[in-house]
Design a protein around this ligand. Structure first.
Ligand SMILES: [Fe+2]
Ligand SMILES: [Fe+2]
Length: 323
């Protein structure tokens, strides 16, 4: 017995060494490869949270689908919201390669055992919000997600390549919408400014808590799941967005925002981290509504899932007879 245990332990050490080497050489880890349990769990948590965010993220924009100012805007918004559904599906599929299933993840989301991005708990009050979400929220998502195309886990990295291409369309459609409104009436310009004021700080919070309060970051970076810290990504987003705001003609609501020539970056104010904690903890303006809507959609979709399963079983039985 003793010999067996020792051999197993040696086996694990060997597997761990092989895993570490692949990570060090920037090689991808694939679903059938051995991986430490912590790596698998971290990925399941991160990919599930990401998938849930894509799905819940359809709600704030879906709110305006029946009230777009033109057919053209409706077609664009519909395409964008459908893309987000697709992103959710690619990501649930990536999570399934780690041995969990989509139904289980959805249950965890609607039972509040797994989270989604805090940004989707804010309301969309005017049509300018649709433009600002594309510009700032999809813009922040791009900053977060482009480095994930090089994430060490193969299925996640590959899903991100396709998602990022679509995210850049989302950002452009938002910016183009805002440009159009800024060329319009004084009232339209005011709407854009007001929406920017509401979404700016929540967008900065999309990168998560500051590095000092982000206990998992170091391990995720060592495993090359993440490539940059929250604060690095937040800085990158600010540097990218300030010139865009200038071109648009809106003011970002931060009196501390200024170029720092020494650092070669913009300095900016501190987001209200207590607000982030409150919104993540369920106290945002729309948390209840978002989860209730998701739960209802899941329950109302039960017959579709049953019908699809019955159809698949029938097909399989027919193929069996044909053989
Ligand atoms: Fe997306
Ligand atoms: Fe998007």
């Amino acid at each position: 017995m003793t010999t067996t245990v020792r051999a197993d332990q040696l086996g694990d050490a060997e597997l761990q060494r092989h895993f570490d080497e692949r990570i060090a050489h920037d090689q991808r880890i694939e679903p059938r490869d051995w991986m430490p349990e912590g790596y698998r769990k971290t990925l399941v948590r991160q990919i599930a949270q990401h998938a849930h965010s894509e799905i819940i993220g359809m709600q704030p924009e879906g709110n305006w689908l029946t009230r777009t100012p033109s057919l053209r805007r409706k077609a664009i918004l519909l395409a964008k919201v459908q893309d987000e559904a697709g992103h959710g599906l690619y990501l649930y599929s990536a999570a399934e390669t780690l041995g969990v299933d989509r139904a289980e993840l959805t249950e965890k989301l609607i039972d509040r055992r797994q989270k989604y991005s805090s940004i989707f708990n804010y309301p969309t009050l005017t049509f300018a919000d649709i433009g600002v979400i594309g510009w700032l929220v999809d813009g922040a998502a791009i900053c977060n997600q482009v480095p994930l195309c090089r994430s060490s886990f193969g299925p996640y990295a590959r899903a991100m390549v396709r998602i990022c291409k679509e995210e850049s369309f989302h950002q452009r459609q938002g910016y183009e919408l805002l440009m159009t409104m800024m060329r319009g009436t004084a009232e339209q310009r005011e709407m854009v400014q007001e929406a920017t004021d509401r979404w700016w700080w929540p967008s900065l919070m999309m990168f998560g808590p500051p590095d000092a309060d982000s206990p998992n970051t170091q391990q995720s970076m060592a495993w090359r799941i993440k490539r940059h810290t929250n604060d690095e990504l937040r800085q990158k987003f600010v540097d990218m967005t300030v010139p865009q705001a200038e071109a648009l003609g809106v003011t970002l609501p931060d009196p501390e925002l200024r170029w720092n020539a020494e650092r070669g970056h913009y300095d900016f104010g501190e987001p209200d981290w207590s607000e982030l904690k409150r919104v993540i903890g369920g106290g945002g303006p729309c948390n209840e509504q978002r989860l209730a809507r998701r739960r209802a959609a899941h329950e109302e979709g039960q017959w579709v899932r049953e019908a699809a399963a019955a159809h698949a079983a029938k097909q399989a039985a027919r193929e069996e007879v044909a053989r």
